[in-house]
Design a protein around this ligand. Structure first.
Ligand code: ADP
Length: 795
């Protein structure tokens, strides 16, 4: 029941919906409203009067097309035809120009007078409409966002995919979005992950929770398996609940991570298995080193610390040098050069010192710049280096001691020469020659030049040179050096070189040359000897031949003398006698000369015959001396014989002893002026006997004394005329003394006189037979001998 206190119009105005009633009329605007409640005024902005004055369509739909106007007519028409109620969405323009969306709910009513009216209920849906449009806009934005998303986006209803973006198409290897829509999402999930994914999707959908990122594997349409990262959010779309799933292809990343993991593992394995100690630390402000942040197994083992203990130490703590300046310098070097290598001594936990070579460099560890130091224990290396140095020194001193020159050179310069080698180059200063070209000191001799080039080629092809002879000229003094060389390619202090071992064979070459000359000379000598033999033979023959005519002359002269003697005397006769005497004396001189020449020749050729027997030498010497006494005294010179022994038997050739004594006495006579004295003395020396012939003559100058026994020597050429002689006498005397194994010497003072002393050894022939000298005495023979030996002396 309507409250009687409220009028109808109050009720109508109180309705929250717009309400109006109209009917058709004949005049403009053809539809007239009878009811137009307050809500209608609010919705349209027009009063009933304004509407009725201008008409619904003109006021509310001024821009309505004919079609829209027709729609309104149709509406009325339809209602009239019996449609009870028609709802239609419409849009109107409010009085203030705003656009409003309304729903017209139209029905036909008949009033008490049976007049048909149209009741229109108007619902303002502008707000709802705006919201719908906004939602559409949001949807569009979402769609765009999904489309541009680099991740694959799937909308999933629990079973099927109902949305997928193009990244999803690409991810799964489909051709277009429609290939995926309505597909079973799990078709693309690796079976291993089915349960997990299902559970998570339900969780997202049912429990409205966002799905945190998980890693799983998807199978592409072509069967390839890819690694993906999946996250999800619940979403309400069109009133339904869905899961929005974001999938990112992380195959590459997983691969890289795997590689990274592998390489990290490799690094760690390497780090821990490497035999050198490795330490990692940071450089702090002011170049200070941090404590170690990493150390490998080798470091722990070698230094005797646990890792934890090492992590409390700095590089400074394990270094024995502990010099801040050095640490600063090293740190600066790492910063500037990126790497530094230096040697130091580390100390272990137990105080053991280890010589180490440190190689430090910056290193990127998990994005942080740290210093990686590798400490290599060089104890062994130092030992080896020391022993290498020692062995090098040994080799060097060995090379220095070698009796050969040793050179080490490369193509351009001399790298080493031992002492002898330096001498070959003409110096004793290594500095002077090392690193200079060897050709500055030695140049190949022109005779050897092509051989030298050939040798160098041989070395470079074969790596060695067999023993070969070389000839060089030393630049310093132009001396020619003959070498004998071997060479071998050789690594000297890390560079290719050749070692030459050289023997100076200049002396040997000289000797060879000398020997060659000697042989030549010997040949010449032999030839000369041969010639000499012929000559000697010829000479012996010719001498005999010469003696025969002289003997004939001498015999003829003897006969002449007899004849002249028988004639008597007279001036002419005396002259004749003197001429005959001169001729005789000169015959004797010729005989003496020939005899001497024959003897010299015989002695020289070794054909002299020794007629040895045991004789009393005293009587031989005495007899021959006394036999010339008369001659000598005629010259006004006294001759004295004296002996301290009466008999001395020795093996001798009396002929030769007589010639020795006669020769010495005739010389004494020749060089002693009248009034002088000649003393012949003999003295027994036990194992020898000495015979001395001493005069008071002119003497022999000291410097000449050593020559007088040489052949053809005469002390004073100028005296030759006065004192005849051939200079053979003393040499023959000496030879004959020596044939008796004795010796002869002279004591003389120039101007005072001379003494010749012959010393003969006492030897005896085995037969013990002593021959009496008297047995062989032949007066005529003696006179003859004396005449011959004294033929140089003019009485
Ligand atoms: P020659 O046959 O010419 O005498 P010798 O060989 O007998 O040659 O002597 C050599 C030289 O020695 C003599 O020419 C002489 O000058 C010197 N001479 C030898 N005997 C004596 C001497 N008793 N007094 C001085 N001079 C002597």
């Amino acid at each position: 029941m309507i409250n009687e206190t409220l009028s109808m119009s109050q009720i109508i105005d109180g309705i929250s919906e717009g309400l109006c009633v109209c009917h058709k009329c004949e005049e403009y605007p053809y539809i007239k409203f009878t009811v137009w409640n307050q809500r209608m005024v609010e919705i349209t902005g027009y009063t009933i009067e304004e509407i009725n004055e201008k008409g619904w369509v003109q006021v509310l739909s001024p821009t309505a097309t004919d079609e829209q106007k027709q729609k309104v007519n149709n509406l009325i028409h339809m209602i009239k035809k019996g449609e009870h109620r028609i709802e239609e969405e419409w849009n109107i323009m409010r009085k203030n120009g705003e656009e409003r969306y309304i729903i017209l709910s139209t029905s036909l009513v008949t009033n008490k007078d049976d007049i048909e009216h149209i009741l229109v209920l108007v619902r303002d849906i502008t707000k709802q409409k705006h919201m719908e449009e906004e939602l559409k806009e949001i949807n569009y934005r979402f769609a765009t966002l999904f489309e541009v998303s680099p991740d694959a986006v799937f909308m999933h209803d629990g079973e099927k995919i109902i949305f997928a973006n193009s990244a999803a198409v690409k991810l799964l290897g489909a051709e277009k979005v429609s290939d995926l829509i309505q597909s079973d999402f799990f078709r693309f999930v690796h079976t291993y992950y089915h349960e997990l994914v299902k559970r998570r999707i339900v969780q997202v959908k049912e429990e409205k929770e966002a799905l945190s990122c998980i890693q799983e594997k998807f199978i592409k349409l072509n069967g390839d398996i890819i690694d993906v990262e999946v996250s999800g959010v619940p979403i309400i779309y069109g009133g339904n609940r869905y899961s929005l799933i974001f999938v990112r292809d992380i195959t590459e990343r997983v691969k890289t991570e795997l590689e990274l993991r592998k390489s990290r593992k490799k690094f760690r394995d390497l780090f821990n298995n490497i035999s050198d100690s490795i330490f990692i630390y940071r450089i702090l402000e002011g170049n200070k080193c941090s404590t170690f942040i990493e150390a490998n197994n080798a470091a722990c083992n070698r230094y005797g610390y646990t890792r934890e203990e090492l992590y409390k130490l700095t590089p400074f703590d394990i270094d024995s040098v502990k010099d801040l300046d050095t640490v600063n310098r090293i740190t600066n070097e790492i910063n500037e050069k990126g790497r530094t290598i230096f040697q130091t001594v580390h100390v272990t936990k137990f105080g053991e010192s280890i010589p180490v070579e440190i190689s430090s460099m910056p290193f990127d560890m998990d994005g942080e710049r740290v210093i990686l130091s590798i400490a290599r224990d060089i104890t062994e290396r130092i030992k080896q280096e020391k022993s290498l140095r020692e062995s090098e020194e040994r080799h060097r001193s060995l090379i220095e001691m070698l009796p050969y020159a040793v050179f080490i050179r490369n193509d351009e310069k001399l790298l080493y020469a031992n002492k002898l080698g330096l001498g070959f180059l003409g110096t004793d200063d290594e500095e002077e020659v090392v690193n200079r070209s060897i050709s500055e000191f030695l140049v190949p001799h022109p005779d050897y030049e092509s051989k030298s080039n050939e040798n160098m080629r041989f070395i470079s092809t074969n790596g060695y040179l067999p023993l070969s002879e070389e000839k060089y000229i030393r630049q310093k003094d132009n001396k020619i050096l003959d070498f004998e060389t071997v060479a071998q390619k050789f690594n000297y202090k890390g560079e290719d070189a050749v070692i030459f071992v050289v023997n100076d064979i200049s002396k040997r070459k000289e000797n060879e040359e000398l020997q060659r000359k000697m042989e030549e000379k010997t040949k010449l000598l032999n030839q000369a000897k041969e010639y000499e033999k012929l000559r000697t033979e010829f000479f012996a023959n010719i001498s005999h031949e010469l003696r025969t005519p002289i003997n004939v002359i001498l015999s003829a002269l003897q006969l002449c003398n007899l004849k002249v003697d028988s004639v008597g005397s007279g001036e002419g006769i005396d002259k004749l006698k003197r001429y005959i005497a001169i001729m005789k004396q000169n015959c004797y001189r010729l005989i003496r000369l020939i005899n001497n020449l024959i003897d010299v020749t015989k002695i020289d050729s070794g054909y002299i015959h020794m007629n040895l027997n045991n004789y009393n030498i005293v009587s031989i010497v005495e007899e021959i001396t006394l036999s010339v006494a008369e001659y000598i005294e005629n010259k006004g010179i006294s001759l004295i014989f004296d002996t301290d022994v009466e008999e001395k038997i020795i093996a001798c050739d009396p002929e030769k002893i007589e010639r020795i004594v006669l020769n010495l006495i005739s010389n004494a006579v020749k060089f002693t002026a009248p009034g002088g004295e000649i003393l012949v003395t003999m003295s027994d020396k036990g194992s020898s006997i000495s015979i001395s012939v001493k005069d008071t003559g002119i003497g022999i100058p000291k410097e000449k004394q050593k020559y007088i026994f040489e052949r053809f020597i005469q002390v004073d050429k100028s005296l030759t005329r006065a004192r005849e002689g051939s200079g053979i006498g003393l040499s023959l005397v000496k030879s004959m003394v020596e044939l008796h194994k004795g010796n002869i010497k002279v004591n003389s003072k120039y101007g005072r006189g001379s003494e010749f002393i012959v010393e003969l050894p006492v030897t005896l022939l085995d037969n013990n037979k002593v021959v009496n000298n008297k047995n062989r005495r032949n007066i005529q023979g003696n006179i003859e001998k004396i005449s011959v030996e004294f033929s140089d002396i003019y009485f």
